[in-house]
Ligand binder design. Structure first.
Ligand code: FAD
Length: 592
């Protein structure tokens, strides 16, 4: 089966878990109403299911071809990009003055999930273009915006994001690509970048590279990095394409998954230096790049949700058809569909519950970004912005870990057929793997959460988040519906485990930072489990209160609380008591 956009689940998560409805009622999005949101999401889902999903397997088997510096994408991909462009999909959240629709981030979040569910390898390129639009709009000069923004928003040109070099991966401050002042206001860029997504391709004539580089007199580390816009083709005075710039793709990588997405090594300055234009101030490139990365981090979290949703759909369909063994509930003269075996049900429910929790977490993050951008007063905007900063590393890392777990379970549900490529379960498993690595590895996200985000506003931001979760637990306890089983108890315990681990980690940051770093990854999981569990319960409660059919939402929230959130206590102990065993474990890591 191919991917089908889960519009009902997405609609419920938007309205009830992420509280889109109250935001619309408060007038956060001006004239935009629920009907508008539903119409856009349905159309994006149709595009994902009808145009992108059928191309995903072709991209996997064909990959990309590299010849004489040119990249050819898989059959049908270029045409699909043309359809993407004509559909105006880059423009959803882009500023209206540059041809965008200025719609909320939360609307784009739902669309992004579906595009990635249909084909991560395809959607990766436009995702980075959208992130580039944000960065250029926020930090570029008027002249740069006038020259490039309309064409990026319309999709006539695409953008790339270029940080990584052989010696500079997680440690961006180690990058060596050089930028020299040319004397005419532009710069000459020389150096090499690796692993650049859609660094070269046949979708668009011009490609606009956003490149981090270092000036000769720059201070060391991340304080000495500047961001440059480096077009593949320079522009004439009238904006038309001029000569080829001194930048080229040297090769494309052969990789585990996302075969349809060209991952390029880029060379700048074969002929003396590529012409680049400064975005923002000299040596302030990291903060400009953070605009781009934060956008891309949430989008990669949504990749995780999309892939997990697709894997769950496939596994459910297979489990209904495949018959093996006997079960008490089925006529003993016939073999039973495997979905009737309790262990298979457990796997399927785990897939569904993890996916929906990750979706709720990502949509809540997108809504926090919207509040930060559009809130009615400065105080509210600044608090929401800080809340979004707190949630973003969790949205990225929790959701992409979920994608890895869910796609692995997807193979397990298929048994041996899952290991055989023709079911597509194996491709999802391979495609999901990178999401935990790029846009900052999940380990780096966890460190960001613990060392930079917990201390925000002296802990007030994380405490406000904890209080929000406690409020959901109180509503749940008051609801007293026996259908929720142990949900209220399990979530109360999870939130209090998160609160204790948070206090302990904040204390360690000044006393023993190594201990805080050792606990960062299990802490991020604990954060995701407690937050995701509460948001699922909130969704079920809100649907019940409004008289909607809440049976599936309630069952999913209950399963998550009883089977997943219950791990929170163990994670708390891992964070608080396990650090010494990590720091002092040299003997176990010594090569014999
Ligand atoms: C398919 C693909 C597409 C990509 N697309 C792009 C792109 O478009 N643009 C771009 O700029 N880059 C891109 N990348 C690069 C990607 O962002 C990096 O691979 C990633 O940031 C990790 O860097 P690294 O590979 O050098 O790993 P390393 O930094 O060497 O990390 C190795 C391991 O060590 C851990 N580690 C490293 N430092 C620390 C630390 N300080 N504390 C704790 N743990 C640490 C990491 O978490 C990881 O587990 C892409 C990579 C791939 C494979």
């Amino acid at each position: 089966m191919t991917y089908r956009a889960p519009l009902a689940d997405i609609g419920s998560a938007l309205k009830h878990a992420a509280a889109l409805r109250p935001a619309i009622e408060q007038g956060l999005f001006g004239e935009v109403g629920i009907d508008d949101v539903e119409a856009i999401v349905a159309e994006a889902g149709r595009f994902a299911g009808e145009v992108l999903a059928p191309l995903n397997r072709i991209g996997d088997t064909f990959g990309t071809r590299f010849e004489d510096g040119n990249v050819t994408t898989a059959p049908g991909w270029k045409e699909a990009y043309r359809a993407w462009r004509l559909g105006g999909w880059n423009a959803v959240t882009a500023p209206p003055e540059w041809g965008g629709q200025g719609l909320p981030q939360i609307v784009n979040a739902a669309c992004t999930e579906m595009w990635h569910a249909a084909s991560v390898a395809f959607a990766n390129g436009p995702m980075l273009t959208m992130a580039a639009i944000d960065a250029l709009n926020a930090h570029g000069s008027e002249a740069l915006k006038r020259a490039y923004l309309n064409k990026l928003v319309s999709g006539e040109w695409m953008g790339t994001m270029q940080l990584t070099e052989p010696q500079a991966g997680s440690d961006v401050g180690a990058l060596r690509t050089r930028a020299e002042r040319a004397g005419d206001g532009s710069y000459r860029i020389t150096g090499q970048k690796i692993f650049i997504t859609f660094g070269e391709h046949d979708f668009t004539e011009n490609i606009i590279h956003f490149v981090l580089a270092r000036l000769p007199d720059a201070p060391p580390g991340t304080r000495g990095i500047s961001l440059f816009l480096v077009p593949k083709f320079l522009l004439q005075a009238d904006g038309s394409l001029g000569p080829r710039n001194d930048v080229r793709a040297h090769s494309v990588e052969h990789k585990l998954g996302i075969h349809g997405s060209p991952t390029c090594t880029m060379v700048f300055g074969d002929a003396g230096g590529a012409t680049g234009f400064l975005v923002g101030e000299e040596n302030a490139g990291m903060s400009c790049m953070f605009t781009m990365m934060n956008r891309a981090r949430l989008a990669v979290g949504l990749q995780g949700v999309g892939i997990a949703e697709c894997a769950t759909q496939k596994a459910l369909a297979y489990a209904r058809e495949r018959r093996q063994g006997r079960t008490a509930s089925i006529d003993p003269s016939q073999s039973a569909p495997i979905i009737s075996h309790p262990d298979v049900r457990r796997m399927l429910l785990t897939m569904r519950a993890l996916t929906q929790a990750a979706r709720a977490v990502c949509y809540a993050t997108a809504l926090a970004i919207d509040h930060g951008e559009r809130g009615s007063d400065e105080k509210m905007r600044s608090q929401s912005h800080a809340h979004a900063s707190l949630l973003t590393p969790m949205a990225k890392a929790f959701s992409t870990d979920v994608a890895n777990e869910v796609t692995s379970l997807g193979i397990q549900v298929h048994g041996g057929m899952g290991y055989i490529e023709e079911t597509g379960a194996a491709q999802l498993f391979r495609d999901a793997r990178i999401a935990a690595i790029y846009e900052g590895t999940n380990g780096i996200q966890a460190i960001d959460l613990v060392t930079r985000k917990l201390p925000l506003d002296d802990g007030a931001i994380v405490n406000a988040h904890l209080n929000e979760l406690r409020g959901i637990v109180r509503m749940l306890a008051a609801d007293n519906d026996p259908g929720f089983g142990w949900t209220a108890v399990r979530l109360r315990d999870a939130v209090e485990s998160l609160a204790r681990a948070t206090t302990w980690l904040i204390g360690q940051l000044s006393k023993q930072p190594e201990a805080a770093l050792a606990g960062a990854t299990p802490y991020l999981r604990l954060f995701g489990v407690a937050s995701g569990g509460c948001l699922l319960a909130k969704q079920a409660l809100s649907m019940k209160r409004l008289g909607e059919d809440a049976a599936a939402a309630l069952a999913t929230a209950r399963f998550f609380a009883e089977q997943v959130a219950i791990t929170a206590g163990g994670l708390e102990h891992t964070v608080v008591e396990g650090a010494a065993g990590v720091i002092g474990a040299d003997a176990a890591l010594t090569v014999a």
